[in-house]
Design a protein around this ligand. Structure first.
Ligand SMILES: C[S@@+](CC[C@H](N)C(=O)[O-])C[C@H]1O[C@@H](n2cnc3c(N)ncnc32)[C@H](O)[C@@H]1O
Length: 270
């Protein structure tokens, strides 16, 4: 297969990646045949998936606007993905040109594409790292260059933590970030999941395909997500379905709100 010039030389084009399958669902162009095949198969099993990922992106936008309204001007976007419309720095710097952002992703294509997009933007850095290694992320040159830990920082984990199984201690990872944050900092999370007994067969089917061809997903319910936000006070409306977190219009929640396969929340460190 021909390697496009934006694809780093060391990636395996035959193996679908989380970031690039997500890019396919979002209609992006930074993916390969293997990613498109996995995206297509999961979409056949669960056609509403595209709407689901668009809802997570819309939540990201609402969360960043909310955080800007709280006076936050520093963002650590963990599992930031392949840049698409409405990236964190575009929103934050449209409100305040001095806003600073660090994007972190494990996927080399996401990182390469983010870097090329940000060329020349001195208030944004991109780090290729595993977010589970919070010490490595927090002590990185990129984070050190942009973020002031004496001031509030918003840590974003949008559509990320369902890739961290319980055995890998998501609570410990979150605590690792939380403990470094100044009071008045925030954690924003969106996460795939259902309440007990709610998952329809189509979702189980799509998840089976995704687990075997891309990477395993750990669904969490509302109580489990609340547990992950330990040490933060939840801001209104608490842990709710993704479309129901501070919707911009009633249409955002209509239909998809009640059984939406995922939850969102923002917590503030006291
Ligand atoms: C579903 S995408 C979400 C992207 C973005 N946050 C958004 O909402 O559009 C999840 C991203 O997390 C990244 N990711 C998954 N596990 C990771 C890890 N352990 N460390 C860093 N990034 C990770 C994937 O590469 C992917 O880009």
């Amino acid at each position: 297969m021909e390697r496009p010039n934006w694809a780093p030389g060391d990636i395996d084009l035959e193996r679908p990646s989380v970031a690039r399958v997500y890019d396919c669902w979002l209609g992006g162009a930074h993916n390969f045949a293997a990613d498109r095949a996995a995206a297509q198969k999961t979409l056949e099993a669960m056609p509403e998936l595209r709407g689901v990922v668009l809802n997570h992106r819309a939540l990201l936008r609402r969360a960043v606007w909310y955080l800007l309204g709280q006076g936050v001007r520093q963002f650590l976007d963990l599992g930031s993905g392949i840049p698409t419309v409405g990236n964190v720095h575009e929103i934050a710097q449209s409100a305040d040109a001095g806003a600073r952002v660090v994007y972190v992703d494990i996927d080399p294509v996401a990182v390469a594409h983010s870097r090329s997009l940000l060329n020349g933007n001195g208030r944004v850095s991109v780090l290729q790292a595993d977010v589970r290694d919070f010490e490595g992320v927090l002590t990185s040159q990129e984070v050190g260059a942009q973020l002031d830990f004496d001031e509030p920082i918003a840590v974003l984990m949008i559509a990320l933590l369902h890739f961290v199984p319980d055995e890998e201690d998501p609570r410990g990872i979150i605590a690792g970030y939380r403990d470094r944050l100044a009071p008045g900092s925030f954690l924003a999370i969106s996460h795939a999941g259902y309440e007990a007994g709610e998952e329809p067969p189509a979702s189980r089917e799509a998840r089976k395909i995704y687990d075997s061809s891309v990477t395993p997903i750990t669904l969490r319910d509302k109580t489990q997500l609340t547990g992950l936000l330990e040490g933060f006070s939840l801001v209104e409306p608490g842990v709710v379905r993704v479309p129901a977190w501070r919707p911009e219009s009633p249409d955002d929640v209509e239909g998809s709100g009640k059984r939406f396969p995922g939850f969102a929340a923002i917590g503030r460190k006291a």
